[in-house]
Write a protein that binds this ligand. Sequence first.
Ligand code: OAD
Length: 272
Amino acid sequence: MPLQPALLEQAAARLRAAQRVVVFTGAGVSAESGIPTFRDADGFWQRFPPERFAYWEGLIRTALRRPGELAEFLHAVLEPIATATPNAAHRAIARLAVHVPVKVITQNVDRLHQDAGSREVREVHGSFFEIVDRKRRILRELSRADLATICERLERARQGSLRLPRLLAAIRPLCGLALRGIYKPRLVLFGMQLAEPDWTQAQADTAQADVVLIVGTSGLIFPAANLPNIARRGGASIIHIDPLDPGPPDLWLEGRAGAILPKLVELAFGKE
Ligand code: OAD
């Protein structure tokens, strides 16, 4: 797909003139790192219905009734994250911050923005890498290698008998019951409040931004999907990067983030 040079130049000019930039990302920014999105044709919610897999209650019910299916779901979610590395889009976003103050607000839980070098990242849907107690105090951090080990054990839990005990043993580093009570990843599932202080900071960042780049999100899940409205009220100009048309009134750069973002940052600020 040709990269709409006039629109690209318009977007680059806005970035050059900006004092404060927010980059708001969804699953699409990590698609080229091999992590499926949620609602595209090969998305997670096509294979695993959100009623059963996007709520803690649904997950617990599935664990008790069909532990093999929960093992399959967790494996499908964790395995791509365990092996992923940042792609050209994550790296371009990190590079942008060399030229203009950038706050990254992400709905992703894969840590790829941080791995690419972005420093100020608001994880409004939490993270798979931090294990918290009931009061959301961080107990420990996991590495990608820890996630890979959990995946190997989940693979075994999917086969054979005694699936529930094997499942619980496989996910012990991730969630379970300890002396001090339940522990689990710092994740925001459906029906939960967004992660704090990230969400409060994200709203303030967006209200103050003069350019908001929205990358790879369907913008369907509230309250995060309210950020574009906050940006418009604050007078920011909004640029979308996505293969799908977000609709007027914002500027839309049509295509893959990994192809567009490096070109946009280079056009705005020159080569590295
Ligand atoms: P979605 O799956 O809803 O949307 C992914 C978006 O990425 C779509 O607009 C795609 O067109 C776009 N996309 C796909 N490949 C792309 C690429 N290479 N470059 C750029 N864009 C691409 O994912 P999210 O919007 O992130 O929440 O979903 C929002 C929330 O819904 C998630 O955080 C998750 C989910 O349920 C919770 O689980 C709480």
